[in-house]
Design a protein around this ligand. Structure first.
Ligand SMILES: Cc1ncc(COP(=O)(O)O)c(C=O)c1O
Length: 427
């Protein structure tokens, strides 16, 4: 007799979160071995901090008391030692002193990568039907977080200086006119070398966006979530202040950063600097998830930050990525400049080059180009349409995110050559 299995009754949360593009991309990467990936968001293998990590671990384990402390559970908000060091780290990035920052270590929460902070913010702020204003394009995994809580992403017009303040103002006016202002809770900004577009939010726009959020916080606060994941991957061009630094009140901007790009993603150490009245709610939610991220990794990173190793490592990483960025830009010039209607962004940091094709050429998973690229020419990219919060019918479909993070300069050149041949097949 065959047993009859009843169907599983899934939660609404799962329905919101299903069919994540990231899972399809990972599956493509696994299935298409031998494909040159310009899609993977992995970091450079060659500069991963092996000696630095070895030194920090032997220092930690060489001290019995320190080793036992690191191997024990930590607290939900994370190691006090690391949070104090991060205040100094942030002060250095902001070009100021710890005293002038106007916050204390209690406003820092350590998370499992900055991705966890992005997710926690969505969980504690957004109900189904609530609205988050985003740039177009923006970080597609965060769009997945918004979907995951049933929130709506409303795209604000964006240009090569990032989200346009006048367009943000117009979007808020339109939402107010439609009686939907009470649903607007959040504005999400990737302020440095955006994933995917490589652009930085222009300096003069930073304070304007804070002012707009504060002015439109009529019945409740509209918060800004500043994702500064790539801040330390700076190769050239001006050093910009953070959006958080423009918020003198310290109650409008949530600032997130990570050590995944500047040190090691394997450690999964990220953090958020949050308004005082958000600390408790975020820790409540994090308590449900894990009541604290990996304590050992936090102590390891604290040991690294206390030494000279961190600053030296960031310099080394940036030097390596600058070479790779240049390799991708010269390959773009070499292989694409004679294809009419193709353009790309020149990033001053981060890991991505954003390329636009003539608007008639689609780049999505189902497109002829994606098929030619992955099957005939054995190269992969991230379709640009994944990075838009627009409804599926309104998204631009002719762009690609190209990552120079994981390939060697020669691999980048090879990948770009292959991709140009795939594009030539369909133009
Ligand atoms: C813009 C942006 N934010 C956040 C993250 C999350 O990184 P992590 O969780 O490793 O800190 C990433 C990862 O690629 C990213 O590109």
């Amino acid at each position: 007799m065959t047993a009859v299995t009843s169907p599983i009754k899934f939660s609404q949360r799962w329905h919101f979160a299903r069919e994540q593009a990231i899972s399809f991309l990972m599956q493509q990467a696994v299935e298409n071995t031998g494909v040159v990936s310009l899609a993977a968001g992995l970091v450079d293998f060659a500069t991963l901090p092996v000696p630095e990590t070895q030194a920090a671990i032997s220092q930690m384990l060489g001290d019995d008391a320190a080793a036992r402390q690191a191997l024990q559970y930590g607290t939900t908000a994370g190691s006090e030692r690391l949070r104090r060091l991060l205040l100094a780290h942030l002060a250095r990035l902001e070009g100021t002193t710890v005293e002038q920052l106007g916050i204390d270590a209690g406003q820092l929460i350590l998370t499992t990568g900055s991705q966890q902070m992005l997710s926690l913010v969505c969980e504690v702020l957004l109900d189904p039907g609530d609205i988050c204003l985003v740039a177009g394009p923006t970080y597609f995994v965060f769009l997945g977080n918004l979907n995951g809580v049933g929130a709506e992403a409303v795209t604000v017009d964006t240009d090569d200086g990032g989200m346009r303040p006048d367009a943000l103002e117009a979007a808020l006016e339109a939402l107010a006119a439609a009686g939907r202002l009470d649903r607007v809770k959040l504005i999400y900004l990737v302020s440095y070398y955006e994933n995917p577009s490589g652009v930085c939010l222009a300096e003069e726009r930073r304070a304007s966006i804070v002012e707009i959020a504060q002015r439109w916080s009529k019945r409740h606060r509209i918060l800004i979530l500043e994702d500064a994941a790539y801040r330390e991957l700076h190769y050239d061009g001006p050093v910009l202040p953070s959006v958080w630094g423009c918020d003198a009140s310290r109650d409008t901007v949530i600032y997130t950063q990570t050590f995944s790009k500047s040190f090691s993603p394997g450690l999964r150490v990220g953090y958020g600097v949050v308004p005082r009245d958000l600390v408790g709610p975020l820790c409540d939610r994090k308590g449900n998830e894990d009541f604290g991220s990996a304590n050992f990794n936090q102590h390891l990173l604290a040991t690294v930050l206390e030494s000279e190793m961190y600053a030296a490592h960031v310099e080394q990483v940036c030097a390596a990525y600058r070479i790779k960025r240049d390799a991708m830009l010269s390959a773009a010039n070499r292989y694409f400049s004679d294809i009419s209607g193709v353009s790309w962004v020149h990033p001053h940091g981060g890991l991505y080059v954003w390329m636009s094709l003539p608007s008639r050429i689609e780049t999505g998973f189902q497109s002829e180009l994606f098929r030619r690229a992955t099957q005939a020419h054995r190269v992969m990219y991230v379709p640009g349409e994944l990075c838009y919060g627009h409804s599926p019918t309104e998204r631009p479909r002719h762009q690609m995110r190209l990552s120079f993070g994981v390939q060697s300069p020669a691999g980048i050149d090879d990948g770009m050559h292959r991709l140009s041949r795939a594009v030539r097949d369909v133009v």
